[in-house]
Write a protein that binds this ligand. Structure first.
Ligand SMILES: [Cu+2]
Length: 126
């Protein structure tokens, strides 16, 4: 192989490694919900092409208050569903909507739009 072929091969390897890392590499710890004076663990979530942040970390046994703000006009984002908590909420455009949950068990609980395209995770720790 000539030098340029080596360069192309190495770049290709680096790219595939980068892509694998992107999908399977260690994820950041997520966003820790803040405990407010209200006693609730609170977090703000922006709905715009997905959920930001999309991983919320809370502690079990304490009520959680998630404030969704939808800035996304696609109908995809008009509802958020927490299947494990049997909860769903309509998210009117530009309006803050509060979802209250009481996670009693540690675990990882997904939340999605009604079609499951937007995805987020509520991580409940001991
Ligand atoms: Cu959707």
């Amino acid at each position: 192989m000539g030098v340029s072929q080596w360069v192309v091969t190495i770049i290709g390897l680096l790219l595939s490694f980068g892509i694998a890392w992107f999908f399977w590499g260690p994820k950041k710890g997520g966003s820790q919900a803040e405990v407010k004076d209200s006693g609730y663990q609170e977090a703000d979530i922006l709905v715009k092409g997905g959920y930001t942040p999309d991983v919320i970390v809370v502690h079990r046994g304490k009520p959680v208050r998630l404030q969704f703000l939808r800035e996304d006009k696609s109908s995809c984002s008009e509802m958020v569903v927490f299947p494990d908590f049997e909860k769903s909420m309509m998210l009117p455009f530009g309006k803050k909507v509060t979802v209250e949950l009481l996670p009693n068990d540690a675990g990882s609980y997904p939340f999605t739009c009604q079609m499951g395209m937007y995805r987020g995770t509520l991580i409940v720790k001991e």
